[in-house]
Design a protein around this ligand. Sequence first.
Ligand code: TXA
Ligand code: MG
Length: 316
Amino acid sequence: MNDRLETRVLGTSPDEITKAGQRLAKGQLVAFPTETVYGLGADATNDTAVARIFAAKGRPSFNPLIAHVPDMKTAERLCDFTDAARRLADAFWPGALTLVLPLKPDSGISKLVTAGGPSLAIRIPAGDVATALLNAAGRPIAAPSANPSGRVSPTTAAHVLAGLNGRIDAVLDAGPCPVGVESTIIGFEDGPTLLRAGGIPAEAIEACLGTSLKTPAIDAPLTAPGQLASHYAPNAPLRLNAQSANDAEFMIGFGDVDGDVSLSANGDLVDAAANLFRLLHEADATGKPIAVAPIPETGLGRAINDRLRRAAAPRH
Ligand code: TXA
Ligand code: MG
């Protein structure tokens, strides 16, 4: 295939980060680590570069992207902040939180990033490498998770290469992502609303705002997050809330429920989130059907269960 790229693996020396930033500025696709998962970055102001994200991932183009910026000054240049949004930004940025906010008229953001809509999903990711890269690029960076559309999200550079080698220009390898599930997404259109459970527990956001979060109506159009039912899917079928494995299954345990591997043998949800996608990749590589122990629906358990339910959903 002559459109196959040679995907370069870059390290995290200042020189390599600068070069990665220059690649982004030239319209190339560079996968990079954030505290949540590896993102597939492209210049959010360059239509062609953003279009290449959709092509590389095989992603339905109605699904909008998150813009990543290094600081609040840049965020405020792009979006209008309500008081509630500002309070959350103060409390949780840099960090695993995405805010969906009205886009300012002269933002320069490609319409492909917002899927033509009036609002932008934006976040300041944590982590020295992500911050240095965003500063080196000198422009907002659109980045979905760096996996083929619908597949398990990557928490290592090896996961990125397994899905996208030859389809992207480079990947910056900074080891495993500490949080391990994607950011929590909050919208404000109709009061603060949990659009996607993620790395910041909904309880922490509610405590910060002093009100409970709405959840979008099940039949609401798009609302969040291109939440297609089947997502994060391994190749093998996945069975949830399993107390033990059937004969042929590879079992992912949690807490007291043992398995071939465990999300967290001592029942720690933060560890479980950090291990989730790595263990799904590992389980998938065995080629066996996968069983997963029950996970409590609190704190990061909500994000973990959301990803597991999508991974188990019928494929389209
Ligand atoms: O942690 C994360 O959020 C990672 C890292 C790389 O930052 N990114 C990530 O991106 O998970 P992605 O594209 O896989 O998921 C972004 C979600 C999608 O479900 C998308 O539909 C939703 O955000 N989204 C993006 N822009 C939106 C908007 N303007 N309104 C509502 N939802 C939006
Ligand atoms: Mg994703």
